[in-house]
Ligand binder design. Structure first.
Ligand code: OOG
Ligand code: NI
Length: 458
């Protein structure tokens, strides 16, 4: 008797538990969820076409459940433990993001589900960053940070035991899943009590605010959660109207008819009271790390589409790579070169698509099929391209989200460069290439529609 619950079930349960905990810990996040729910309801009510499209692609059912979170860890051992824990929730590391180019001393991946059904069941993912201790310039401080990290355990022995049991036995039963979720939740909890004394905290902070955040506490508290909105411009306006300190610029592409990739904005991290080790009970310090974010997701871009996106984004930035005053206008101007029509995006191979037969296509399939290939059938109205949603992150946008939460601190320059091999060695597993996932999903969809209409696979 196995009686295993699915990894999707464990992930959904964990995501719900984390959301409930974060709403309690950061009440402003609960306000953000309320804004997003209002904006999504209003957007759907005003746009029947969007409602139909989201219904036929199955997106509507997961809209409310859509969220990502982020954590930051300090050592290879911590990252390896998280990989084992996330595996039991059906999440694997996808994509490598080097943030040092943006003056942030970490590199990152996103743990997420990868199958179509798993994504539909619960798309919850966790952007996970690993500190690059080698980028702490002062050798004494580096040594101190290394020792502090070596002495802490961010995952309980029971959480790791259950994760490994799930891997060995192919799952967990209901009672084990419940215990696992509550054990892992502890890792993400906020601790107002710092591990370090005030002086060490100040030295870490002076090295980089993020280094203080990663090293000073008992665990990698969840630093934000992110619901999905259908209209990020409206949601941003609503955030400002309620007096939230929203980020000045929405990261990612400009507003468009056909949303592409990912647009994100956040409210700035809050200053929270903490206590340092060795302080008197009534002494208090402050730490700024936790925030709330919203995202709007659109079409996943092909390698060709992504290259165009990166080039246009670079055009909009000034020479220093920053988003200055004229940024929004330059961004809009630059992106006039990016087609904004679904059929054209499909025709030019800029995005990834699934395909559905239209009623005329069904009729043609039923009466012996037709000659030709998918592009012809789209033009003939027999096949409809359905955009695949982008499920990953954007390094430039992530850097912007990090920066907005560093309290206006001056951006540093790090000599470190991308080092996926180092990250994978710490992780104890290879990182999945996101493009390969979309490509194989599209190939599968092309083969299915080609088989149905009786043409040749191209
Ligand atoms: C992660 C920031 C990046 C995103 O959505 O791009 C991120 C962090 O602050 O730890 O979450
Ligand atoms: Ni985020």
């Amino acid at each position: 008797m196995t009686g295993h619950v699915s990894a999707d079930h464990i992930r959904a349960r964990f995501s719900d538990a984390l959301s409930a905990m974060y709403r309690q810990e950061v009440p402003l996040y609960a306000d953000l969820i309320a804004i997003v729910e209002e904006v999504n309801a209003a957007t759907l009510a005003a746009d029947a076409g969007l409602r139909d499209a989201l219904t036929s692609s199955g997106e509507i059912a997961r809209l409310g459940a859509e969220r990502h979170g982020a954590i930051r860890v300090g050592t290879a051992e911590e990252l390896d433990g998280l990989r084992r824990v996330f595996a039991a929730m059906g999440m694997v590391p996808v994509g490598y993001y080097d943030l040092t180019v943006a003056g942030v001393p970490v590199h990152s991946t996103a743990f997420r589900p990868i199958d179509e059904e798993a994504l539909r069941a619960c798309p919850f993912r966790v952007f996970t960053s690993l500190l690059r201790l080698d980028l702490i310039a002062d050798p004494d401080l580096r040594e101190a940070a290394t020792a502090i990290l070596a002495a802490r355990r961010i995952l309980s022995a029971r959480a790791l035991e259950l994760a490994d049991q799930a891997a060995a036995a192919g799952g967990l039963n209901e009672a084990e899943a419940a215990e696992f979720v509550s054990e892992v939740l502890e890792t993400f909890r906020w601790h107002a009590q710092a591990l370090v004394d005030a002086e060490t905290y100040q030295r870490l902070l002076a090295s980089h605010r993020l280094i203080a955040d990663i090293v000073s506490f008992k665990g990698p508290h969840i630093n934000h959660l992110t619901p999905r909105t259908l209209d990020i411009d409206a949601a941003q306006a609503a955030m400002l109207a309620r007096g939230m300190q929203a980020k000045a610029v929405i990261e990612g592409p400009p507003p468009r008819k056909v949303p592409i990739l990912l647009r994100q904005t956040s409210f700035n991290a809050l200053s929270e009271t903490i206590r340092f080790a060795g302080d008197q009970a009534d002494a208090a310090g402050a730490h700024t790390a936790r925030f709330g974010e919203i995202e709007q997701r659109g079409l996943a871009l092909s390698r060709k589409g992504r290259a165009l996106y990166d080039a246009l984004l670079a055009q909009a930035r000034n020479e220093a790579g920053a988003q200055d005053e004229g940024y929004a206008a330059r961004l809009a101007q630059a992106f006039t070169a990016f087609p904004d029509d679904l059929a054209q995006l499909a025709r030019e191979g800029l995005g990834f698509f699934r395909y559905a037969l239209t009623p005329a296509g069904e009729a043609a399939a039923g009466s012996g099929g037709v000659e030709g290939q998918i592009e012809d059938w789209i033009a003939q109205g027999l096949v409809q391209p359905i955009p695949m949603t982008y499920e990953d992150f954007l390094p430039v946008s992530a850097a912007g989200i990090f920066q907005s939460n560093l309290g206006g601190e001056k951006q540093r320059v790090y000599a470190g460069n991308a080092s996926q091999a180092v990250f994978e060695a710490a992780l104890g597993a290879p990182i999945v290439d996101p493009f390969a996932l979309y490509e194989s999903e599209e190939a599968r969809a092309r083969a299915a529609v080609t088989a149905a209409l009786g043409g040749t696979v191209t």
